[in-house]
Design a protein around this ligand. Structure first.
Ligand SMILES: O=C(O)CCC(=O)C(=O)O
Ligand SMILES: [Fe+2]
Length: 473
């Protein structure tokens, strides 16, 4: 189940210098000094955060706290705005890489390399070259606590990160893909972002986007879906045996919000939460709607996903695996190099105040094949646990360029979520670069944003979904 970017009080991480030192170590003081407006206990904003914290905790009953599952308790811990969470238990693999020291130290937030047990696993093509032709050594790690989880820190080069950001905003968050905003607004035909870019480059007034509720076509819609958060809806896990009845379940269209009002493109851009990739997804039933056909997974994203899956040494990942839970055919990781083919996904856009609640991605018929997740922009705390919320999750700090692969029966359908996007962690290579005027609107948007490209394989190799190919766009 999932819900998504939940709205909380404005992002505040104001802490005293002593607390900064205790939480993040001595360097954090230097980082803190750089972003002092966020860290000044005498500021009105700091005082407001403290007041909000006291107000929201005043009536909290101990029983409620004790009723939380371990997953919920961890979410609460990292979501907290005041006092800000201690990241000492958060695995931060960027700290192992000298090449990322500047990136790590420019942000206030740091995790730890000894927070969790991990082991390095084999990675083919581990040496790559950056744009200045410097050699970059990439690594892959597995966590014994979550078999099938692979972390590839800084797997995506700086240039490809910028390319993916442009691709996500320019090409994906627009028709014919669906976004969270389409239900409620009549978006510009060439996409919200492209319209916004035009106003930036031409110095003209923002376009005003009209709400859909007033249009005639909205009268035919039958279920409602709020504009922002992805909803918590319990769904039947897809599998070869449930596929046929799930794909036949009626997928009713959504009704637009009656309260949405005309809004400028620059005010609407930060409300973008997700864009659909590949097969269309129906959020009401939490099933794919194959009747709508399929879009392409863009070449750059597809190439990153395939490169990651092809280069991980899966024998290392699954050494010692007992073969439990893989289903009738047994473990199939040996075939992934040939059989992995991404065909669906979502681009998540998080503002720094947004969260993604713990959920399981179980709408794909393929329950074990790799799900590849690419982080871009500001860093975040990612939680991943077990097959229920009762398994205590592990916290992992994901930074721009990191790739996570969720695979196999213990991980692919494990609860996971994003309780926290970490403010002020945008790396230098994504900030405004002197001389690159074109990048300026991206840098501005990214200063408060994290983007996640989450790519899946819906059908296992050899499975015949019985779809009419003419539906494929
Ligand atoms: O943002 C992330 O890293 C995770 C996103 C996710 O879990 C999802 O889209 O299902
Ligand atoms: Fe997910």
């Amino acid at each position: 189940m999932r819900a998504g970017p939940a709205r909380v009080a404005p992002a505040l991480t104001y802490i005293t210098r002593a607390a900064v030192c205790r939480l993040f170590g001595p360097f954090a003081i230097a980082g803190a000094a750089m972003s002092s407006p966020l860290l000044d206990p005498t500021s009105p904003a700091y005082k407001k955060a403290r007041r909000q914290h006291l107000k929201s905790t005043r009536n909290r009953s101990k029983d409620i706290d004790e009723g939380w599952t371990p997953f919920r308790a961890a979410e609460k811990k990292y979501k907290a705005r005041f006092p800000p969470p201690d990241l000492a238990d958060v695995l931060d693999l960027a700290l192992l890489d000298d090449g990322r020291a500047e990136e790590v130290e420019a942000g206030v937030w740091k995790g730890n390399t000894s927070a969790l047990e991990f082991r390095e696993i084999g990675l083919g093509d581990s040496e790559t070259h950056d744009s200045s032709d410097r050699v970059r050594k990439r690594k892959a790690f597995a966590l014994p606590r979550i078999p099938g989880l692979v972390i590839l820190p800084s797997f995506v080069s700086h240039e490809t990160q910028r390319e993916l950001v442009r691709w996500a905003l320019v090409d994906q968050a627009r028709h014919p893909n669906e976004t969270n905003l389409d239900t409620h607004y009549i978006l510009p035909q060439d996409g919200l972002w492209n319209s916004y870019l035009r106003t930036c480059s031409q110095g003209i007034d923002d376009e005003i986007v009209q709400p859909r509720a007033s249009s005639v076509e909205s009268q035919t819609c039958t279920i409602s879906e709020p504009s922002g958060p992805r909803q918590l809806i319990s769904n039947t896990p897809a599998s070869p045996s449930t596929y046929s009845s799930l794909s036949d379940t009626p997928k009713l269209p959504y009704s637009p919000s009656p309260t949405a009002s005309p809004i400028s493109t620059s005010d609407l851009v930060p409300k973008l939460r997700w864009a659909n990739l590949g097969w269309f997804y129906h959020w009401g039933t939490k099933q794919y709607d194959f009747s709508k056909g399929q879009q392409e997974i863009g070449d750059v994203a597809r190439a990153v996903c395939k490169e990651a899956v092809h280069n991980v040494n899966w024998a290392d990942v699954y050494s010692g695996d007992d073969g439990e839970g893989w289903g009738d055919g047994g473990p199939d990781w040996e075939t992934w190099t040939e059989s992995y083919e991404p065909d669906a996904g979502i681009v998540n856009f998080y503002q720094t105040k947004d969260t993604l609640m713990g959920h399981v991605d179980r709408s794909e018929v393929c329950a074990t094949s790799p799900l590849v997740s690419i982080s871009l922009g500001n860093a975040a705390v990612f939680l991943i646990g077990g097959l229920t919320r009762d398994a205590p999750p592990v916290p992992i700090l994901l930074r721009s360029g990191d790739v996570v692969i969720m695979s196999g029966p213990a991980c692919r359908r494990a609860y996971h979520g994003i309780p926290r996007v970490l403010e002020s962690t945008l790396p230098k290579h994504l900030r405004a670069i002197g001389g690159d005027e074109d990048w300026a609107p991206y840098a501005k948007y990214l200063s408060t944003t994290r983007i996640n490209v989450n790519v899946r394989q819906v059908f296992p190799k050899g499975f015949d979904p019985g779809l009419d190919n003419t539906a494929v766009a």
